[in-house]
Design a protein around this ligand. Structure first.
Ligand SMILES: Cc1cc2nc3c(=O)[nH]c(=O)nc-3n(C[C@H](O)[C@H](O)[C@H](O)COP(=O)(O)OP(=O)(O)OC[C@H]3O[C@@H](n4cnc5c(N)ncnc54)[C@H](O)[C@@H]3O)c2cc1C
Length: 431
């Protein structure tokens, strides 16, 4: 079968510190396959397209399972733009198994709770435990990271000769036995399996299933990274905070070993569709948008050294993820609004599941991919839908529906350990 088809200031300082740290560190190749070390040819050669959080963690899982994996990233270096990411136990348990716990503990923050509040008076709608209680119950921690820290620790765990930056995939050609991936720089590679981990604008998805643009969801987000000393007077608990109000919500939590508060202000916006992590916004615009919100929220926004704004996109669930020897993972196949904080977590689950299935059936890649879809699609689709539903729930105008929501949150437990068990207890590698 043939297919044809600017971040600066505090974030910048943090980036510099990270680079210095990484130069000091010895790279830990915990996931190198024993077959590769011994020189024997591993049974399955895999090309992962995209070195984001999903692609890097899939590479590590596949290496740990003993396969010969190379990862191809279009950017000139591995790294992540944007500030914060929450990694729940369903994903952190998989990263812990890759031998990354010490590295995660060094740069991650462990929030004590998730605190959902009203936008104006700050009344608590729900406060559910994270911290030790979640770790004991689910066997893995809940972390907050600076995205760059997480990308760096994943990238450092992959043997560097297996990472090919400056490789932008342009085409794929496959027959029953092999796939050839071609890159913009003129190079190409052959593999038994190609994994498209190339994000929401996935070229692999386009080559497999044709052109289809992501949808603008109608939400935009301002983000800011505030040095904690600027807001010490607010005495904010080390937690995941979510303030819900009419047509918007504001999430904030600490990242980078606790040195910065990552603040994301989401608003219904209508028409603006420029999607980028690095479009500069105006602090004054963000403050104007959150006029009348709780003084603590407004103080956080006022403390932004700078702000970036981007439009949030998603896509409808995709009927199929794979064709022949090519498959997708992460945002390439199931992008979602960030309102369950699960996009990256699901991409990490995808990679672990794929590695686990392939280990059991290395001789039949198409059959593995069929099973992979069967196992992963229902969960990812559920989370796409839950994320979209939270957009409505979080943005209700004050009135009867909002009162019902508040009542339900207070009585149902919402993010309580009992309610969230289906999500956090899942072990994507146990198939
Ligand atoms: C505001 C916001 C907050 C979020 N918060 C959370 C959270 O708290 N928890 C969570 O789990 N998720 C969160 N997410 C979602 C999460 O960021 C994404 O789901 C996750 O980053 C997807 O990872 P990925 O590796 O699939 O794709 P990406 O991170 O997009 O990585 C794709 C990679 O592929 C590369 N690439 C693209 N095209 C090509 C090509 N043709 N050739 C080679 N390389 C290519 C790109 O350069 C990139 O490095 C959030 C998202 C947003 C917008």
């Amino acid at each position: 079968m043939v297919f044809r088809t600017a971040g600066v200031s505090p974030a910048h300082d943090h980036e510099r510190a990270r680079c210095a740290r990484s130069k000091r560190k010895t790279r830990h190749f915990s996931a190198e396959p024993s077959s590769a070390r011994s020189g024997a040819r591993p049974a399955v050669k895999i090309a992962v397209i995209g070195g984001g959080l999903g692609g890097l963690s899939a590479t590590l899982h596949l290496l740990q399972a003993g396969f010969d994996v190379q990862v191809y990233e279009q950017a000139p270096r591995i790294g992540e733009i944007g500030a914060g990411i929450q990694i729940s136990p369903n994903a952190s348990r998989l990263l812990v198994r890759l031998g990354l716990k010490a590295a995660m503990d060094e740069v991650g923050v462990r929030p004590l709770a998730v605190h959902q509040r009203r936008w104006d008076d700050g009344r608590t709608l729900q406060r559910a435990p994270l911290g030790a209680e979640v770790e004991t119950t689910f066997g893995a921690p809940y972390y907050h990271f600076h995205r760059g820290d997480l990308a760096e620790l994943l990238g450092a765990a992959v043997p560097q000769e297996r990472i090919h930056v400056g490789h932008r995939l342009v085409d794929l050609v496959q027959n029953e036995a092999r796939v050839v991936a071609r890159f913009e720089n003129g190079s190409s590679t052959e593999a038994d399996l190609v994994v498209g981990a190339d994000g929401i604008h996935s070229r692999v998805r386009h080559l497999l299933f044709g052109p289809e643009k992501p949808r603008f969801t109608g939400c935009v987000a301002w983000r800011g990274l505030v040095p904690v000393e600027r807001i010490s007077h607010l005495d904010i608990e080390v937690a995941s905070h979510n303030w819900m109000g009419p047509d918007g919500h504001v999430v904030h939590y600490r990242v980078a070993s606790g040195r910065f508060m990552n603040v994301v202000c989401i608003a219904e916006h209508g028409t603006w569709t420029h999607e980028s992590w690095i479009s500069r916004g105006e602090v004054a615009d963000a403050l104007a948008r959150y006029e009348g919100w709780n003084p603590a929220v407004r103080s956080l926004i006022a403390a932004f050294p700078e702000t970036f704004i981007w439009a949030l996109h998603d896509r409808l669930p995709l009927p199929r993820w794979s064709d022949g020897r090519v498959t997708l993972l992460g945002d390439a196949c199931h992008p979602m609004l960030p309102f369950m904080a699960q996009g990256a977590a699901q991409s990490i689950e995808d990679g672990a599941a794929l590695a686990s299935l392939l280990k059991g059936m290395p001789d039949d890649v198409p059959a593995v991919l069929a099973r992979y879809e069967e196992v992963r699609k229902p969960r990812a689709t559920r989370l796409q839908q839950a994320s979209a539903a939270n957009r409505t729930r979080f943005h209700l105008p004050d009135g009867p529906e909002q009162q019902q929501r508040d009542q339900a949150m207070a009585t149902s437990g919402d993010r309580s350990i009992a309610n969230i068990g289906w999500l956090y207890s899942h072990d994507a590698a146990a198939l």
